[in-house]
Structure formats: structure tokens, C-alpha cells
Design a protein around this ligand. Structure first.
Ligand SMILES: [Zn+2]
Length: 264
């Protein structure tokens, strides 16, 4: 495995038979998730945590054959109920990025789109080998915030995960995938050592630790398309579909990935 090779980082959100309307399009059914993990296993991929990939890319340490990341954003309850048993069956590592204010309990701010994990379930995921990363406190578009609010969103999230799990998180995922040079710097200053964007491209070391790209798995992703996605053969088409979905909004945004980070 060369350090210049591309790594599929799969981005999931809710997993469930009947998610809330707001999360439906980006959700997968439990059956689809199980079938997708079969493909990952059959094709000889080795799922890693986000921290493990970034550490290997930072230090030059060897990676296993065909590394791949399974990531879940926001912290939906179905990740524990439906995805965890499948991941455990295959002994697959994964990363769940939680928006701490969306989770029920003493830190809640409300605003969640669906039923979220409680902290007991987050701890069970962590105990099963899932990395718990940060995804801000209230899930804003971080690049639209002033400096003070941006610091709060990253620091508060890191502090809460640290308090609840006894170890501060090291990986971050930008809500909506949006970042800017200022956002990336603030995430780094908050103590996160790597962060994931959404690029609908495979991740490569040259993207830098704060702009690693992910591919979206959604409810409409069939098993054939999923297979092409992990093999890096459906990325352009997938990206075209996303551009159509976010047309207008995307145009106003600075091109993501224009600013590259450094592995230090
Ligand atoms: Zn999110």
C-alpha cells in the first residue's frame, strides 16, 4: 500500500428502516448497510478509524491492504441499533462524528433532525472500537460564523466528548462538509488533528489532514453503484448528482479543497 494511494472514506448519516423525512435521503436501510459491508469484506478492504489513517499518513507507518473508512455523521440512534451489530460481525472499525448539542442529555440544545444516540450508546460504540469524533456542538455552517462562535462550536464539542468518554476526540467532520482556511485553523487549534470534508472523491494523502474527502452513501445508492464507489469508479457521476442537488448554493462557495494542509 503506497502512501499516495486513494482511500474510500464512506460518509453515512442515519441507518434505519423509517428515518425522519429530513434524514431520509441521506439514510440507508439496515439491509442495505449490511449488504454494503459484505461488499467491503468480500473485496478485501480493511476498515480503519479516521485517527488510524491520519496517523499512518502523518508518520509514514504502513497501512493494511485496501484501507477504507466507514464514517457516520451527526450521531443517529440507528448507528448503534442497526450498524454496530454488522460492524461487530465483521470486526470493522468505524468513526461516528457527533454533534454534541443534538444528543439527548445534559448538553442538549435541541435541533436534532431524528432520534439521536444517547451518551450510554456512544460509550458502547466507543467500547466496541468505534472512534468518536466531533461534528460541532449545534451543527452550523462553520464558515458562516464569527471567530468567537466558531471557537465555541469546536471547543465545546471537543470538551463534551472528552468529559463523556474520558478521552478528548482527535478527529472532526465539518457539518455539511463546509470549511475554509479559517475553519480548518480553528479546528486544528481546538485540538483536532484531522478533519473530514465532503468531496465525493477518494481521500488522498496530498489533500492534507484537514481536508480529507469523503464519498456519500445515500438511500438511492444501489449495491452496484456502491461497489463502483468503493472501487473509485463512480465518483465523478456521484459528484455530478450532488452538484445538481446543491446547485446555486455550491456556486457561491469557495471551491473546497483549494487550500491544502500539511501533515505536521
Ligand atoms: Zn452533519
Amino acid at each position: 500500500m503506497s502512501a499516495t494511494s486513494a482511500v474510500p472514506i464512506l460518509m453515512y448519516h442515519a441507518v434505519g428502516p423509517d428515518p425522519a423525512p429530513a434524514t431520509l435521503g441521506l439514510s440507508v436501510t439496515p439491509e442495505a448497510f449490511a449488504a454494503q459491508m459484505e461488499v467491503v469484506a468480500e473485496r478485501g478492504f480493511t476498515p480503519l478509524t479516521t485517527a488510524a489513517l491520519a496517523t499512518a499518513w502523518r508518520t509514514g507507518a504502513p497501512l493494511p491492504a485496501r484501507p477504507l473508512l466507514v464514517t457516520f455523521d451527526d450521531g443517529y440512534e440507528g448507528v448503534h441499533r442497526y450498524a454496530l451489530p454488522v460492524l461487530a460481525k465483521h470486526s470493522f472499525a468505524s468513526t461516528v462524528f457527533v454533534s454534541t448539542g443534538w444528543l439527548p442529555g445534559r448538553h442538549t440544545t435541541g435541533g436534532a433532525l431524528d432520534t439521536m444516540l444517547d451518551w450510554g450508546q456512544v460509550r458502547e460504540l466507543a467500547d466496541a472500537g468505534t472512534e468518536i469524533g466531533g461534528h460541532s456542538h449545534t451543527h452550523p455552517q462553520l464558515d458562516q460564523l464569527d471567530a468567537a462562535r466558531l471557537r465555541f462550536e469546536t471547543l465545546r464539542c471537543r470538551e463534551i466528548v472528552g468529559e463523556e468518554l474520558g478521552a478528548a476526540p482527535v478527529s472532526f467532520a465539518y457539518p455539511y462538509g463546509y470549511s475554509s482556511r479559517r475553519v480548518r485553523r480553528t479546528v486544528r487549534e481546538a485540538g483536532f488533528t484531522q478533519a473530514l470534508a465532503v468531496g465525493n472523491a477518494l481521500a488522498r494523502r496530498r489533500q492534507g489532514p484537514y481536508a480529507l474527502e469523503r464519498v456519500t452513501v445515500r438511500r438511492s445508492t444501489g449495491i452496484g453503484e456502491f461497489t463502483r464507489l468503493v472501487e473509485g469508479r463512480a465518483v465523478a457521476r456521484n459528484f455530478a448528482a450532488d452538484r445538481a442537488m446543491t446547485k446555486g448554493y455550491a456556486i457561491a462557495r469557495r471551491a473546497r479543497g483549494a487550500v491544502r494542509g500539511h501533515w505536521i
